[in-house]
Write a protein that binds this ligand. Structure first.
Ligand code: PLP
Length: 417
């Protein structure tokens, strides 16, 4: 067994990010790590942040749920993202602690009254979303001081919109129906300093038309309620690039959103916001896994459904893969499925994942585009995995990108191992 700490023991006591920087997966595979290693590309997250900050025609809030890593939060902050969409008191505390100067927006429409009170009185949160009169009452009472209602609330009413253009639906659980909107908007107007409307078109929206259609809903609601609206928040849903799910350029989404916003009767005085999660962090991380066994075209690897591959297992998403060997294989590509390390049949990723036909036990595979909803979903089920695992910063380009060529500028502390 190699002597590097990567190879020591099967269950490290603590998670860590290695202090060295490597040029890519091959450097790490040479150390023969026993456990999956997360390869982090801060330069890719920074490029995404700069892209949204410079090109989205309004303000971009990072949706923390997509990847709550404090390292990533700092990269986005340094890239110019000043506002954060938080959905739980845990996320409120995390972002307040990591980025004390950030502006937090509590955008979960169903919150515990205690969470609202702590967010408002303890962390300075002033922006909340809601989709019912009951939630409005909760916010008003939790934010009052000595029985006096707060006068500095920004309240965003979530509108239910279709998810038909998106790969992951968010159309059922949250959002007020058109029939409820007038009463809700009028009541929220009374309780707010700034009033807004927000929606979510579903995650990984494959066409900009999703936003145009949702904006029509927003326009109808504003006209019917005849209230002044200060903020329109088009939510998340901005896509990333995965095998078989290559979206149009993000500029096309921004153009459609800008055009739809300009047509709203309130555009001259209102702010436009968005809440990207996936698009800001999908390219941030990939995972280096080891093959433990091959059975025909099934590879048993050391990460899976209960680790970073939740989406690959549960919704059948394909992620880009590459075999990481010192010498390239010249064997023809072959389609594989993966089994993860736990004892469950469910720990199965159907793929198909295209790899050279001679891949086998002891080989390392890099699985790309796992920065969004990959690391964030990891569990310790069955004694595998750890909260964050082992991470190493690498400087090469992500396996796919919507932001052009995003390899890191050369650095003097890159080690070739
Ligand atoms: C309220 C809200 N905003 C933003 C996001 C981020 O969405 P995405 O990662 O698709 O951009 C989510 C995801 O669930 C959400 O619920």
């Amino acid at each position: 067994m190699a002597e590097h700490p990567f190879a020591l023991g099967l269950a490290p006591r603590s998670d860590r990010t290695e202090s060295f920087v490597a040029s890519g997966a091959a450097d790490i595979a040479r150390l023969k790590p026993v456990q999956p290693v997360t390869l982090l590309r801060p330069h890719a997250a920074r490029a995404a942040a700069r892209f949204f900050v410079e090109k989205f025609p309004g303000k971009s809030l990072y949706a923390v749920k997509a990847n709550p890593s404090p390292d990533l939060l700092r990269v986005l902050w340094d890239g110019g993202v000043t506002h954060y969409d938080v959905a739980s008191i845990g996320e409120v505390r995390l972002v307040s602690e990591t980025l004390p100067d950030a502006t937090l927006c509590f955008m979960h429409p169903v919150k515990a009254v205690e969470a609202i009170a702590e967010a408002y009185h303890g962390h300075g949160v002033r922006t909340f979303s809601l989709d019912s009169l009951e939630e409005l009452d909760k916010i008003v009472s939790a934010c009052a001081t000595d029985g006096v209602a707060a006068s500095d609330l920004n309240l965003l009413v979530r509108v239910r919109v279709s998810s038909e253009h998106s790969k992951l639906s968010l159309a059922s659980k949250f959002g007020a129906d058109p029939s409820e909107l007038k009463a809700l908007l009028m009541a929220a107007r009374q309780a707010s300093d700034a009033l807004g409307l927000c929606f979510h078109v579903g995650s990984q929206a494959m066409t900009p038309a999703a936003y145009a259609e949702a904006m029509n809903r927003v326009r109808d609601a504003i006209v019917e309620a005849a209230v002044t609206v200060d903020i329109v928040d088009v939510g998340g849903g901005f896509p990333s690039s995965y095998p078989g799910m290559e979206p149009p350029p993000l500029e096309a989404y921004f153009a459609v959103i800008h055009e739809s916003f300009e047509k709203l009767p309130i555009s001259y005085s209102a702010e436009l916001w968005c809440e990207p999660g996936r698009a800001l962090c999908a390219e941030y991380a990939s995972v280096l896994v080891r093959v433990e066994k091959r059975r025909g075209d099934e590879l048993y690897i050391n990460d899976g459904a209960y680790g970073t591959l939740f989406d690959a297992a549960h919704i059948g998403w394909r992620f880009p893969v590459r075999l990481v060997r010192d010498e390239d294989s010249d064997t023809r590509p072959h389609s594989f499925s993966f089994y993860g390390p736990t004892c469950d049949d469910l720990d199965h990723m159907v793929g198909p994942f295209e790899l050279p036909g001679d891949v086998g036990p002891g080989d390392y595979i890099e699985i790309g585009m796992l920065g969004a909803y990959g690391s964030a979903m990891r569990t310790r089920f069955n004694g595998f995995g750890s909260a964050n695992g082992w991470s190493v910063v690498v400087t090469d380009a992500p396996m796919a990108s919507l932001y052009g060529d995003v390899a890191a500028p050369s650095r003097s502390n890159v080690v070739t191992l």
